[in-house]
Design a protein around this ligand. Sequence first.
Ligand SMILES: [Zn+2]
Length: 270
Amino acid sequence: MPERKTFGGGGGYERPKGYRLYETVMDKEGNPVDKKIVDFKADKGEKNRRVVILDENLDYAVRLHKQFKLDGTWANMVVCRSGLNDTKGCPLCDVLERRYSWLLCGTLIDRDGWTSTEGNNKGTNYPNLRRLLLIPDQVAETFETIGEELEGGWRGAQFKVSRSSGEKSLRIGDNWREDFRAGKLKEQDMLDEFEESAERYGLSVERFSQAFDYDSIFKPKSYEELLEIANEYKKTIGRSPSEERGSRPKSLETAGKGGDEDEDADALPF
Ligand SMILES: [Zn+2]
């Protein structure tokens, strides 16, 4: 895969692992760099993780190939080319046996953030992390209902997110309760409260407080690039059937085995 400079992970530059989505941010010297986008997840059994939604509406849907093992990780995400305005089709649909996910997209700030568990900064909490919310098709309606009941739309709405501990529990949490006590976060609140996190992330606080530019982060790769990925994937098939083969079975988030859960460790913390 192509070498590209990224900023994030433990800080500094790193070779990306697998195929991911990126947002352009500024490094400390003011140079544009691609930063790996982290999708939101709650831990199994976790209670009341606090998040705030940045979108006005949750109405952007994307067809993604995700959770297929390549380049040593399950955390791959590649936009599907099927249905685009050409007749070539999607090479990944062919090799992944059409396994893809329709996902409703949102942007949230994970207010609780991440707490370092080792090293010099052990115990330090980094709040207000920018995360991509990927809502699986099967719960899109639930989110629609939540949206209808929100006064004044999604933007600034705060939630407490819990996730059951079951093997097949939903990655984004299966219980979203509006945090009435915290109330809605106002524009000025965001600018005040996110300033430090925005600087660490590499965006102005104004940009940090806005949703991802979905057209840009989900810009499909070319047919040729997808063909290359598909060929790379094909080589892994049959090498070690139990481990390497295939994307995860059945439905996206709920597939039990194969360990996406902790494969994201490289994506932490910011
Ligand atoms: Zn496809």
